[in-house]
Design a protein around this ligand. Sequence first.
Ligand SMILES: Nc1nc2c(c(=O)[nH]1)N[C@H]1C(S)=C(S)[C@@H](COP(=O)(O)O)O[C@H]1N2
Ligand SMILES: [Mo]
Length: 322
Amino acid sequence: MPENYHSLGIKSSEITPKQAYLSRRDFMKAAGLAAGALTLAACAPSLMPAALPTATSSPASAAIGQKTDELGSKVNSFNDITNYNNYYEFTEDKAGVAPLAAGFKTSPWEVEVYGLVNNPMKYSLDDLIKKFQPAERIYRLRCVEAWSMVIPWVGFPLSKLLKEVDPKAEAKYVRFETITRPSEMPGEKNNLYPWPYQEGLRIDEAMNDLTLLATGMYGGELPAQNGGGMRLVVPWKYGFKSIKAVIKIELVTTQPTTMWSTIAPNEYGFYSNVNPQVDHPRWSQSTERRIGELSRQPTLMFNGYEKQVAALYTGMDLKANY
Ligand SMILES: Nc1nc2c(c(=O)[nH]1)N[C@H]1C(S)=C(S)[C@@H](COP(=O)(O)O)O[C@H]1N2
Ligand SMILES: [Mo]
């Protein structure tokens, strides 16, 4: 996952898409193009119900291109967000994910919620959308590789779903699992990785209002390369915690195994909170490169979400619990 993952013998290929350097005028043009693409997607019958919120709450994607997050950073273009992806089930090449994911079926999509709950559930994506009313949330995404984007998700708080399944008192953590479908995900045949991709959160982290289950993006459905059918978004943690294509959510008592902490426990801890003061063993985390911008910028504690989440970690040594 790091841009130069030499320890696994993976070739270093940081391919920066041309779009990352679009001028302001080209940026606007690209936003217009994205609007066209979304209209097409919305016309495909099988995709129709997926993630489009009601007409009134769904801003045109061209308008989304001019929006900012609450810190004033403008959202990345639809092109950047959908063509520069980390998604190892497809490939280790960020620019190669989109073409490979084009054939990935995100509908129908089912999510099972089980384990230490009083009310285990199986949902279709359509059920989830009807029940939990996804809305737009613009979040910064900070990859552990020290690049970042601003992404207009459409999603609902994980807490809403957890309240419905009603965790038992013994449930202390939530475990998430990505779909296994090697026929459509060629990277899953690469046995350098202990598939399926798994992630986890402490239950109070999972209940925080920022923690999102995303069913859409840029006012439309969630593109396969961004984790459609449904993905987790935890904006104060490094991007790899935001697991894509989730099909299983399990409530458990002990801290779940995660794919990256299995591969390199000294580099990717369970918490993986964005922290400019705790460097990765092989690079600094103090600054980041915003895709589409030329200069680096300082990385913020908890990715700028300190007010909302610092209390989750009171009294914890954030260096030891990286
Ligand atoms: N299942 C799965 N989820 C994943 C990944 C992955 O390889 N597989 N990559 C992670 C990493 S490293 C990042 S930075 C983000 C990227 O999300 P994006 O492509 O939507 O920007 O997805 C995360 N979720
Ligand atoms: Mo990442």
